[in-house]
Design a protein around this ligand. Structure first.
Ligand SMILES: Cc1cc2nc3c(=O)[nH]c(=O)nc-3n(C[C@H](O)[C@H](O)[C@H](O)COP(=O)(O)O)c2cc1C
Length: 193
């Protein structure tokens, strides 16, 4: 009973970030859409990876301020939501770089044990599917618990996201809503242990 009350009192917080720095990024648009589709009593905060420097192991014991901020936000969140482009059949360097920072120094992996959901968008016909599977492999190294379904793979993103950056495709909106519901359920299950 007490365990259930925990979620009535305290909203679940999700930290979302996109593997793109582009102002008009389709993946940032997916995160903005998620903001509007989030279940009640859940908070989604979006973190911009802009300003995270290239990883340098010499600095991992005196982290750059932006990395410290990123790590603190990850730790404070109950769950993580990643929206990523596909670059050359994999995840963009910007995303891998940010993940690498947050996984360090040894013994201080900010992602440890967290639930995570992923989405991808591309103007191409495969919607970033190949990047999602590379990302899933990285999530294993981080010891994260990834949601398997629904797969939010947004192909032809230029036709589904309008020029103002709004997600205009109802089917995709429904999938994102389902993904978020599953992420919240999954988070509750994991935290109850
Ligand atoms: C270096 C680079 C490599 C790319 N490789 C792929 C790819 O392998 N598959 C794909 O679907 N799109 C690829 N694209 C196109 C991206 O999907 C497209 O730029 C997309 O808009 C990036 O996501 P964003 O809108 O969130 O910034 C690539 C783009 C760049 C800049």
């Amino acid at each position: 009973m007490m365990e259930n009350n925990k979620y009535m009192d305290k909203p679940i917080t999700i930290l979302g970030f996109a593997g793109s720095l582009r102002k008009d990024s389709y993946n940032k648009a997916l995160l903005r859409a998620a903001m509007k589709l989030i279940p009640k009593s859940t908070k989604l905060e979006i973190f911009d990876l802009e300003g995270i420097p290239p990883f340098n192991q010499d600095l991992e014991n005196r982290m750059p301020e932006k990395v410290k901020e990123f790590k603190a936000k990850i730790k404070a969140a109950n769950a993580i939501l990643i929206a990523t482009p596909e670059h050359n059949y994999s995840i963009p360097g910007v995303l891998k770089n940010a993940i690498d920072w947050a996984s360090r120094p040894p013994g201080d992996n900010s992602f440890e044990g967290k639930p995570v959901a992923i989405m991808s968008a591309s103007p191409g016909t495969l919607g970033g599917a190949r990047a999602q599977y590379h990302l899933r492999q990285v999530l294993v190294s981080l010891n994260m618990h990834a949601i398997n379904r629904p797969e939010v793979i947004v192909a032809s993103a230029d036709e589904k996201i309008d020029e103002k950056g709004n997600l205009a495709d109802e089917k995709t909106r429904k999938k994102i809503m389902q993904l978020l519901e599953n992420l919240v359920d999954w988070t509750k299950k994991l935290e109850r242990k």
